[in-house]
Design a protein around this ligand. Structure first.
Ligand SMILES: Cc1ncc(COP(=O)(O)O)c(C=O)c1O
Length: 347
């Protein structure tokens, strides 16, 4: 569990990607997230977290860490005054996703880093949705996490995670006496590390194409009158913040959402698109094929209905992870025909 050559090579490549001193690879994204939070926090400590995060992370903070007397306050991460008001004398960690799952809210990492500095907190950012697009550590974050399961591996055939940070923090995670990676055992299997490293080599080309296709579709869907959320649209509330943080060339990412009004319509549309081979009804993301899911009843089902409504996660929301299609205009027309067939769009 301590280290192996393949795990170290992959860790060093991911540290280079995120601009950190080093990195620790894990068996899954959740394996990375849980080790970081349990390393930073002990009983009596407090976390301030974005409320729009991956359902598993939400469940861990809401249901699991309270058993260890670690409490979390969930906030709207885009409202800095609310974030600051939630900080207490026991707060140790400020937690968010650069681009949130599934609502695609964008965290102002620079401003959050200033808050973290002011209150002596660790800013931990899950960058799973935006590898290469956003570099949280350059903007002031202390630790960056990825689920490698998604874009970084890119072929939906493995689980993996990574923690990118300082040598000191990574050493702490691997400490044989009290390291959360070492003792909880969420270590990556070395054979997996070799295959993920191979896939990492094409990440820049894939991210550029995912973004190009998603931007094209988002603009078309919005023009068709669908309620569309994509950070690359001028209508996105954090479009300017994303622009101010992004690295040039990779675009605004492969994830977009549309709202088709009801869960029944969402399911009908997704099943039809799957039948027409446009993509797969699946909860993952970052695959070469387009993937779609209704997060309210899948990846965010851990979040109680009432809270889903409060945060704007409506039943008819479909999250798309747009694929690497070579002819995205053709894909658009196929999607539009499906929408017309089920009555979401008029001819
Ligand atoms: C943003 C985000 N972080 C973390 C995870 C968890 O990753 P894994 O499935 O590799 O444990 C997911 C999974 O869906 C995710 O979307």
């Amino acid at each position: 569990r301590h280290s192996s050559p393949s795990n170290l090579y992959l860790g060093e490549a991911l540290a280079a990607l995120e601009g950190t001193e080093t990195a620790n690879v894990a068996a899954s994204g959740m394996g990375a997230i849980t080790q970081v939070l349990l390393q930073f926090c002990k009983g009596g400590d407090h976390i301030v977290s974005s409320r729009t995060i991956y359902g598993g992370t939400y469940a861990f903070l809401k249901n699991f860490t309270p058993k260890l007397h670690i409490e979390t306050t969930f906030v709207d991460i885009t409202k800095l005054d609310i974030v600051e008001a939630a900080i207490t004398k026991n707060t140790k960690v400020l937690y968010c996703e650069s681009v949130s799952n599934p609502l695609l809210e964008v965290a102002n990492i620079k401003a959050l880093a200033d808050l973290a500095k002011k209150h002596n907190l660790q800013l931990v950012v899950d960058n799973t949705f935006s590898p290469l697009l956003i570099s949280p550590v350059k903007l002031g974050a202390h630790v960056v996490i990825h689920s490698l399961t998604k874009f970084i591996n890119g072929s939906s055939d493995t689980l993996g995670g990574v923690v990118c940070g300082t040598q000191e923090f990574i050493n702490n995670l691997r400490n044989v006496n009290d390291g959360a990676s070492m003792l909880l055992g969420s270590t990556m299997d070395s054979l997996r590390a070799a295959s993920i490293l191979k896939n990492l080599r094409t990440l820049h080309i894939r991210m550029t194409q995912h973004s190009k296709n998603a931007q094209f579709l988002a603009e078309k869907f919005e023009a068709d009158g669908l309620k569309t959320v994509y950070p690359g649209l001028v209508s996105h509330p954090s479009h300017e913040i994303f622009k101010s943080m992004m690295n040039a060339d990779y675009g605004f990412g492969g994830l977009l959402t549309i709202d088709v009004g009801s869960l029944d319509k969402a399911n009908e549309l997704m099943e039809l698109m799957q039948l027409k081979k446009i993509g797969y009804l699946a909860v993952s993301l970052g695959f070469y094929k387009t993937l779609f899911s209704a997060p309210g009843s899948s990846t965010s089902s851990e979040i109680p209905k009432k809270e889903q409504i409060e945060m704007g996660l409506s039943e008819g929301l479909i999250r798309f992870s747009i694929g690497l299609d070579n002819d995205i205009e053709r894909t658009y027309h196929m999607m539009k025909n499906c929408m017309i067939e089920i009555g979401v769009l008029k001819k």
